[in-house]
Design a protein around this ligand. Structure first.
Ligand code: 4FV
Length: 257
């Protein structure tokens, strides 16, 4: 899978791509990530990438031309990309489903904004898509680009050692992940739930599924309206709700014991 990231802070992005799952995948050739300094495509001595906003107002706006030249050069050197994404708060909000869609592509170009924003004509003349990682304002598009690369890369076969951990990730079934525990079995009087110590794989799987549904019901009921649950999932949800009505004070903790 090929990523091209265009930014005025290439070292910031490169440094974040050295370690961990993504860094190893790049070393193993599973991912081909190129980071480009936008200033390479400026045409003045000051290597200017921004200018004052038409209509006045605070801050600066990123110019069209350096970004357009950058994408043309990347296309010439690395092939026509499947999509050219601007990261901005005005974009479609990124989620696991969007990550799965992007993981099906072969070549993604990411344009990282800075300053007040990017000239609107970049969306018209250069980009094919616009994505936001959430309703908050960052100081640049580099972290959103890295969030996207990390999330999508995990779905590339072989990037994550044990594919089960991808399949069992939060949101991979549209619900939150179940609680995780490791040694020691007791910490400050807090014990690991007995079921997890039982060795009964079927009971452990059921316990984890129920705990995941319980915390989704408590923390993100909105997800349950979207989630496609199978018969067991629906039965567990009914069981949780029944227990709630039976013991109104029943909360997440109880269920998790
Ligand atoms: C952002 C987001 C984001 C806006 C102005 C960079 C900043 C500055 N990008 N999801 N949320 N971008 O806040 O993607 O140029």
């Amino acid at each position: 899978m090929k990523f091209d990231i265009v930014t005025i802070f290439p070292s910031m992005v490169r440094n974040a791509l050295v370690d961990g799952v993504v860094g190893r995948a790049i070393d193993r050739g599973l991912l081909d990530v190129a980071v480009h300094d936008l200033r390479e495509w400026t045409d003045d001595g000051h290597r200017t990438v921004d200018d004052v906003p038409y209509g006045g107002g605070p801050g600066m706006v990123m110019k069209v031309e350096p970004l357009r030249r950058a994408v043309e050069a990347i296309t010439a050197a690395r092939g026509v990309p499947d999509t050219v994404i601007v990261l901005s708060p005005q974009g479609r909000v990124f989620d696991q489903a969007e990550a799965a869609r992007l993981a099906g592509l072969a070549h993604i170009v990411l344009l990282c904004g800075r300053y007040e924003g990017i000239d609107e004509r970049v969306r018209e003349l250069v980009a094919t898509d616009e994505i936001s990682i959430g309703d908050y304002v960052l100081s640049g598009g580099e972290l959103p680009a890295l969030v996207l690369v990390d999330t999508v890369s995990r779905l590339v076969p072989g990037v994550v050692g044990d594919v089960r951990s991808v399949l069992e990730d939060s949101f991979s079934h549209g619900v939150l992940d179940h609680p995780h525990y490791t040694r020691p079995a007791e910490v400050a009087g807090s014990r690991v739930p007995d079921t997890l110590l039982s060795g009964h794989h079927a009971e452990v799987r059921r316990w984890r599924r129920k705990a995941a549904l319980t915390r989704t019901l408590d923390r993100r009921p909105d997800l349950l309206t979207e989630a496609v649950l199978d018969a067991e999932g629906r039965a567990l949800l009914d069981e949780i709700r029944r227990e709630r009505t039976a013991t109104p004070q029943g909360t997440e903790q109880e269920t998790e014991q």
